[in-house]
Design a protein around this ligand. Structure first.
Ligand code: PGA
Length: 542
């Protein structure tokens, strides 16, 4: 289930009678204009670098730890080689640095410090030195952020001094922030302000050390304001900065320096910013405080995510107004000549036939998904409810279920942290149910995974995932006609996988292949899917 939609538009698309192919479209889904569509240079020589500047957030170590664990979970599994090739750094406040280093181990995410002292040691109460942060394993220090310049009065001379202290620590890199204020921008001073900040900030830095420095161009008017620079504005500024670097270090060295853009970067705008030839990454403030949005920003900056083909876009041929909060699990019954679906949190099962207006029946439980049940009786459904898996009949003649729900078995994972979510009857007639884990939204427990189960005809529920596979949501479950493959997606990470499907009892899913990652600038998340007319997974609703 997903929180993205508030209203559901039922769209009947490519109605394939043998497989029942329907796609749910969300009414207020935004479509991308041509301008928003990424048009990327496929490979940049400079390795993209995405940094998360946490500033004075979050309030406690518990919250910091939670964010770090979610980031770790997003980064340890399921990354494409191109996504792995993005350098990722987070900059938590000093008291959380050790925790970050600990929790992020094995994730590939580096840790940076937001500032260091102007001195190396001695009587400087409250200060933290470059050698201190390097000695615990910090890889980067951020210097010259506009908030430090404006609020704490740091001058270019101070910044330059700190930068040399950092370079004195072997292996320590620096992100040097520069950028003009709104007034300076209006007065056309962008070029001269950035030029001065770069020259003074890098004073005395040798060409040999320039590879340890990343420049972050952050127009002050874009920081924390939601007023992002256009990709074209960012490109102009980055060219100006690279020209200054070329003046000082020559073209070859200047060409190797990575220049990040910073200021209101989010999952929606990162792709178009990254499509600019001189934008080599992003320095992200607000959007780095949510694991999923930061992850999407990183994914959006990975070169490979740009070459994935988009799925074919479909549009509705028929709209049926209804009041559903979350319309899920649409299924067409050839026997009943009816479409069934659920409005999940309301516990409603809806029916639409070719002749009757849509009507609903109450299931009195949150409904994850439904499937058709083998029976001669109209309206027989299997229902994955919050408390149990039920068999029931939906009748057009009564306001309630014609015959009371029959409990087929307990629901899997009897915990508060997970609940049945998407499901689909496989090609052998067994009901496969994916679980939804609320951990990524509310910290209810430690287990950050959710399983996938198959209800056999004898009522026995078996687990299909081997223990090494961790997912938080199994959505978009579907089977091609061959019956020996299965698709599903993990909604929080927006990745769709194919597997070899174990037809025999007791088997596990194997041979996992990542087949598509939703680009960062595509809104929503995959939630329900069915195979299309070609019997391949080529329609996805979100
Ligand atoms: P923002 O901050 O992304 O919240 O605008 C950027 C920064 O200050 O580095």
């Amino acid at each position: 289930m997903k929180p993205f939609c508030t209203a559901v538009l039922l769209a009947i698309l490519l109605c394939d009678y043998s497989t029942g192919a329907f796609v749910l479209h969300v009414k207020n889904r935004r479509s991308l204009t041509n301008h928003q569509r990424p048009s990327f240079a496929l490979f940049k020589a400079r390795r993209p670098v995405i940094a998360g500047n946490w500033k004075l957030n979050p309030k406690t170590i518990a919250e910091a730890s939670q964010l770090l664990k979610l980031l770790h979970a997003n980064f340890v599994n399921h990354r494409t080689p191109a996504q792995l090739d993005v350098e990722v750094v987070v900059f938590p406040p000093f008291p959380f640095l050790l925790e970050a280093l600990l929790v992020l181990q094995g994730s590939g995410i580096k840790v940076g410090a937001q500032n260091v002292a102007l001195q190396t040691s001695g009587a400087y109460t409250g200060e933290v030195s470059a050698s201190m942060v390097r000695s615990i394993g910090v890889d980067y220090v951020m210097l010259g952020h506009s908030e430090r310049r404006a609020i704490f009065g740091e001058s270019d001379v101070d910044i330059n001094k700190k930068l040399h202290l950092c370079l004195a620590e072997p292996g320590l890199g620096v992100i040097l922030c520069v950028g003009e204020t709104e007034d300076e921008y209006e007065s056309k001073l962008l070029a001269s302000v950035c030029d001065v900040q770069i020259r003074k900030g890098l004073k005395g830095v040798s060409i040999n050390d320039i590879s340890r420095i990343i420049i972050a161009y952050e127009p002050v008017w874009a920081i924390g304001t939601g007023k992002v620079a256009t990709p074209e504005q960012a490109q102009v500024a980055h060219t100006v900065i690279r020209k200054t670097l070329a003046d000082v270090y020559g073209y070859q060295a200047a060409d190797s320096v990575r220049i990040q853009y910073g200021g209101s970067v989010n999952p929606e705008n990162v792709d178009s910013l990254m499509s600019m030839p001189d934008v080599d990454g992003a320095l992200v403030g607000g959007a780095s405080l949510t694991a999923d949005s930061f992850t999407r920003i990183v994914d959006g900056s990975a070169t490979m995510s740009r070459v994935y083909a988009r799925p074919k876009e479909l549009s509705a041929q028929l709209e049926v107004p209804c009041t559903n909060v979350l319309g899920e699990s649409p299924i067409w019954s050839v026997r009943d000549q009816a479409l069934y679906w659920v409005s999940a949190p309301e516990g409603e099962i809806w029916t639409l036939t070719r002749t009757e207006p849509a009507y609903r029946r109450l299931a009195s439980t949150v409904v994850g998904c439904i499937g058709l049940m083998e029976s001669n009786q109209r309206g027989s459904l299997v229902v994955a409810g919050e408390k149990a898996i039920l068999g029931l009949f939906v009748s057009p003649d009564t306001t309630d279920f014609a015959s009371g729900p029959r409990i087929l078995c307990d629901r899997p994972e009897l915990t508060d942290v997970t609940r049945p979510n998407d499901g689909r009857v496989d090609r052998q007639g067994r009901f496969v149910i994916g679980m939804y884990n609320t951990y990524h939204r509310t910290p209810l427990g430690e287990a950050n995974i959710a399983g996938l189960y198959r209800l056999n005809k004898d009522g026995y529920l078996e687990s299909l995932l081997d223990e090494s596979m961790d997912y938080r949501v199994s959505n978009c479950i579907c089977f091609p006609a061959s019956g020996d493959k299965m698709y599903f997606c993990d909604t929080p990470t927006r990745k769709i996988y194919s597997f070899d499907y174990p037809v025999e009892f007791g088997g596990k899913l194997s041979n996992r292949k990542l087949i598509w990652t939703m680009p960062a600038n595509m809104p929503g998340g995959p939630d329900g899917a069915q195979v299309g007319e070609s019997r391949a997974l080529n329609e996805i609703g979100w």
